[in-house]
Design a protein around this ligand. Structure first.
Ligand code: NDP
Length: 286
């Protein structure tokens, strides 16, 4: 039988993209699963996004990820969206399905998988306070609503962005979701809060000394503190929460699981999760 030298191609389009560690995680997974697949980390300018999507079709890519600044801008170039991507209004993973580019969003699902599997918390019926209203926050909020949280409070610095997110998701789902402008000098948590999520970029490298202005003394004892920031994995917020005896979930968990879900969507093969976790940790922590 003739040998097959043709690899299946996926990748990520973004700018700047050079420091994105997803390729190392996916390539390690392909090798471990014995798949002749490649993951290319590709610099794509906004003005070239449409041509990049057409080029991926021409070269029979199996799919691709989108990162900053393409997650919303890619939508007009696709043939369809999953329910989640529609609700979120952004796409981070695209898959070729019977000749059509279908947009998915695995960010929020990745967060939820981490909450359930790594932290052992079922979001159904929980009262959640989420700080932030950008892309990551939108994805997390949509999935929390789909997972039937009892209440979601969105706290954001810019009222316009926070209210926009809340009104949009309320209109689309009818969920119990409210907006609170970030109080001065700091956020005090309702005493029945089950889950606190930082979905802002506060604490992201190189501003590792920064922490969202939240009074952790107001946190009830059983509450879990989750951070979307993955670089560093041990943020100031998580360190302070642990020092107060609170449980925590880091942003690496969300990052690994969004990749695990993407791997399985593209290949149809069960992802080697431990390999992916280890590869990502090696890249980010060393
Ligand atoms: P966006 O730029 O879309 O949103 C940033 C959010 O942070 C906004 O709500 C913004 O508030 C808030 N914010 C930023 N700086 C401040 C500040 N100094 N004070 C108060 N609020 C602030 O970013 P993303 O949503 O894409 O990303 C957010 C974080 O999530 C990043 O750290 C990113 O790395 C991480 N992320 C992690 C993923 C994972 O898999 N773990 C996946 C995707 C993202 P405002 O609206 O007022 O500007």
């Amino acid at each position: 039988m003739a040998k097959n030298y043709q690899a299946e191609i996926v990748g990520v389009f973004g700018t700047p993209v050079a420091e994105n560690p997803t390729g190392a995680m996916q390539e390690a997974a392909f090798a471990a699963a014995g798949l002749n697949w490649r993951y290319l980390t590709l610099e794509v300018q906004p003005s070239e996004l449409g041509r990049a999507v057409d080029g991926a079709r021409a070269m029979s890519f199996r799919g691709f990820n989108l990162t900053i600044p393409h997650k919303v801008a890619v939508i007009p170039h696709l043939d369809g969206l999953s329910r989640e991507a529609e609700l979120i209004g952004a796409v981070n993973t695209v898959k070729m399905v019977r000749g059509k580019w279908i947009g998915e969003n695995t960010d929020g699902r990745g967060f939820l998988r981490g909450l359930r599997d790594d932290a052992g918390v079922d979001p159904a019926g929980k009262r959640v306070v989420m700080m932030g209203a950008g892309g990551a926050a939108r994805a997390i909020a949509a999935e929390l609503i789909l997972a039937d949280v009892a209440r979601l409070t969105v706290v954001n610095r810019s009222v316009h962005r926070g209210l926009g997110l809340v009104q949009d998701l309320k209109t689309k789902t009818g969920a119990n979701i409210e907006f609170v402008e970030w109080p001065d000098p700091c956020l005090s948590l309702p005493e029945d809060t089950d889950v606190l999520v930082n979905a802002t970029s506060i604490g992201l490298y190189p501003n590792v000394e920064a922490m969202p202005e939240v009074d952790l003394r107001s946190a009830p004892a059983g509450m879990i503190v989750c951070d979307a920031v993955f670089n560093p994995a041990e943020t100031m917020l998580l360190g302070n929460a642990r020092a107060r005896g609170l449980r925590t979930l880091d942003g690496l968990s969300m990052l690994v699981y969004q990749g695990v879900i993407g791997f399985e969507l593209w290949t149809g093969v069960k992802a080697p999760e431990k390999v992916m976790k280890d590869a990502l940790k090696a890249e980010l922590i060393g």
